[in-house]
Design a protein around this ligand. Structure first.
Ligand code: 0PR
Length: 379
């Protein structure tokens, strides 16, 4: 054991805090204006405060935490109406899109006995983790020329061996909404899971703002489950995701040591802090506040598009939401060089490109400064 790293005797508070502060300062902050590659943003003051108030509470032990259990139930009901989920749907408060995607495939495998999953090419890498854990086989559905799932091929791929089909509402790389309604018609009774980790808390507000958005949620009869992440565009603290299922999950375990009777989530002990923080954020901003923030993100996305076009970049698609990606062959090199210059941008793989997530912490000034730096890098 390294005695320096786990000292025999406790150290001074001041000495500890000096080291902690230095480490904290080294983490790039959203407020720096340099972060263009993250799907998370800086929480509001009230969000941070409420999070810190619930540090010791455990959603996994609802008998002990009746207060947060109530907040959780209210959040889950509020969001279920936003995504047109039936009143009696099952909702689980979980730690991220990854966990939701694992839950979806877990239940599909158990309920069908099948192991093959049809994934659009856009699917987030978390599905590969899910397939590995669950010993399932990913079968990739190629995209058409618009980077959307090829529906004719989907029709050909459907057979009795399929456990589930996945559709994405707000793809990680391009922010596209896949044609969930058409996919539902094709897959029929096969389990259809919608990964709305990013889009789930953007699309409803864009719709309210008058943008034309395709249906993607439980409004479509064939959608069986959906995951969305308040720790992304919900502006809550990390980690927070909600998994919704039209039918109750068939799997649960008895939790005899705890006051709740059965557990359905992957994790047992779960922080209550971020769900309480989300309750506060939702109530503080209201739907109007979310609409305003998203409208601003969209305006900034259009601004970024104009600026990056002016330095010669070509958008891969016309953005539907606040994610903008541009063709770039040597994207990995450009991202590394931007990182060296203090800027966090991201990249797309298919096709190769530079990816920008225009979160609420991004403003026009940051865009101008980043564009200047990027123009030097790409020459
Ligand atoms: N589904 C989609 C569509 C996603 O984009 C992501 C994450 C997930 C599922 C998985 O969600 P969790 O990571 O919450 O389990 N997409 C982001 C990405 O990989 C996650 C992210 C967020 C990355 C913030 C960086 C960052 O700073 O790009």
């Amino acid at each position: 054991m390294d005695k320096e790293l786990f000292p025999e005797k406790g150290r001074d508070y001041e000495e500890i805090m000096d080291i902690i502060e230095e480490a904290n300062e080294r983490d790039v902050k959203f407020g720096s204006g340099h972060v263009f590659g993250s799907m998370c943003s800086e929480p509001l003051e009230i969000t941070k405060k409420v999070h810190s108030m619930f540090i010791e509470a455990n959603l996994g032990n609802p008998g002990l935490c009746r207060g947060t259990e109530r907040l959780k139930n209210e959040v889950n009901r509020a969001i279920s109406s936003l995504i047109n989920a039936p009143d009696d749907c099952e909702s689980l408060t979980i730690g991220g899109g990854t966990e939701g995607n694992i839950l979806a495939l877990w239940r599909a495998r158990n309920e069908t006995g099948n192991r093959r999953v049809i994934l659009p090419k856009s699917a987030h890498f978390s599905f590969l983790k899910a397939c590995d854990i669950l010993e399932m086989e990913p079968v990739y559905l190629p995209s058409d020329e618009n980077y959307l799932p090829d529906l004719e091929l989907l029709e050909e791929m459907i057979d009795d061996s399929i456990a589930a089909v996945v559709g994405v509402a707000g793809t990680t790389e391009l922010g596209l909404i896949e044609p969930i309604e058409e996919m539902a018609d094709i897959v029929g009774d096969i389990h259809l899971h919608v990964d709305a980790a990013f889009g789930g808390l953007v699309i409803p507000f864009l719709k309210e703002l008058g943008y034309e958005m395709p249906a993607y949620d439980f409004e479509i009869d064939g959608v069986d489950s959906l995951v969305l992440d308040p720790h992304k565009m919900g502006l809550s603290t990390i980690p927070l995701s909600i998994f919704y299922s039209r039918e109750p999950l068939s799997f649960s375990v008895e939790a005899p040591y705890l006051s709740g009777e059965r557990q359905r989530t992957l994790r047992g002990t779960r922080s209550s802090a971020s769900i309480s923080a989300f309750w506060a954020t939702m109530n503080f901003l209201g739907r109007e506040g979310y609409r305003q923030i998203i409208a601003q993100c969209m305006e900034n996305t259009r601004y970024l598009l104009k600026e990056l076009k002016s330095i010669g970049l070509e958008p891969i698609i016309e953005p539907l939401m606040n994610i903008a990606s541009f063709h770039q062959d040597n994207a990995e090199k450009v991202v590394k060089e931007m990182e060296r210059r203090g800027y966090n941008i991201s990249r797309t793989v298919d096709p190769s490109g530079l990816r920008f997530v225009v979160m609420p912490h991004v403003n026009k000034e940051n865009i101008d400064a980043m564009t200047k730096e990027l123009s030097r890098v790409i020459g």
